[in-house]
Each structure stands twice: as C-alpha cells, then as structure tokens.
Design a protein around this ligand. Structure first.
Ligand code: SF4
Length: 185
C-alpha cells in the first residue's frame, strides 16, 4: 500500500496519469531523454511568451513554484485578466496534458488557464477544471482506501500505456507486442 503522504503529495504530472489509469506505474526517464525534453520545453516556452506578448499580454512570472508543483507561465492581459499557461513540448496536445494543466492551475486564482505548445494555446473551460478536480479526489480516495483494487484497475490509454512500467498489466505495449503473431502467420 502506498504511504498516505505519497498519495497526498502526488505531482500533477503523476496524478494526471493515475486519473486515466489507476494502475499506472511510471517508467524511468533516461538522462538523454530528459535533456532533450528540457531543450524542447525551453523552445516552446519562448514561443508561448512571444505569442502572448504579440497579443498584448505582459509576462508576470516564469516557472513559479507552488506546493509541490510549478506553474510554467503567468501573463497579465491588457484588460487585467490573469492567465496561466502550462507549456508542453509535444506537437500534439493530448488528454493527459489537458488533465495535467487543469491540476497545475487548481490552486491559483486565475481568470484563464491555457494549455500551450509551440503552435497554439488551448483555453480550458472552468467546468473541465472542476471535473478534473473531482476525478483527482476520486482517484486519490481509490489509491488510499483500496490500493489493491487500484493496482488492477487497468484502463488502457494510448498516451499513458506507452510510458508505463506495470509489468503485471496485460495491456502493457511490450506484452501486447510479444503476444502478436509474426507477420504472415
Ligand atoms: S499499461 Fe496497463 S497499467 Fe499501464 S497505463 Fe496501460 S492499462 Fe494502465
């Protein structure tokens, strides 16, 4: 059973994946990939800042740290609205990214939350953020009160399975590859 403190202090990144699949186990991230990811993320951050400045926003904060998490960018609009942006290096923005952005921004008093990459900013509706908050609570309760059930609650999802290391799961991509018939058979 996971310690209670580990559940209450889950990072938004980890929690987003557990919301999609409670049995998810994070696969290790190697150093080469980490450096590549950091470089792509820095480029995306610069693009997001430039795009917002062109739209009349002013950069308010960069990588502001919160309670166990970090908010990428805060912008102040010409009309006084406070916008927070969660920046992703990925070309395609996925459901796990949207959930993660909603979780990062729950504690702030923001007028707008956007999920951004190099090319676009996607505004997250308030109702969506509320729904993610509800799902986050339900997931934490499951992990805390019924960890055995959580560990076998396999919910295959294209964005999470490929970075999972739960070797007891029949949906783990490596296992599914092993179970496939060779071509021509
Ligand atoms: S491989 Fe299995 S445990 Fe991992 S995320 Fe996919 S369904 Fe969940």
């Amino acid at each position: 059973m996971a310690p209670l403190t580990a559940i209450t202090t889950l990072s938004p990144s980890r929690l987003a994946r557990l919301i999609l699949c409670p049995a998810y186990i994070a696969a290790p991230f190697d150093e080469e990939n980490r450096l590549k990811f950091q470089g792509l993320h820095a480029i995306a951050v610069l693009r997001v800042i430039a795009r917002h400045i062109r739209q009349g926003f002013r950069l308010q904060s960069l990588e502001k740290r919160g309670n166990g998490f970090r908010v990428d960018l805060e912008f102040l609009g010409a009309d006084g609205r406070l916008r927070v942006s969660e920046v992703k290096s990925a070309r395609e923005l996925s459901e796990v990214h949207r959930i993660q952005a909603a979780l990062y921004c729950q504690d702030g008093n923001y007028d707008e939350v956007v999920l951004s990459n190099r090319a676009m900013d996607v505004l997250l509706p308030r109702e969506y953020i509320e729904e993610v908050r509800r799902q986050a609570e339900a997931t934490k309760q499951l992990l805390k009160n019924n960890p055995e059930q959580a560990a076998i609650s396999f919910r295959p999802n294209a964005c999470v399975c490929r970075i999972c290391a739960n070797y007891s799961c029949p949906f783990l991509p490596e296992k599914m590859d092993q179970g496939r018939s060779p071509p021509g058979k």
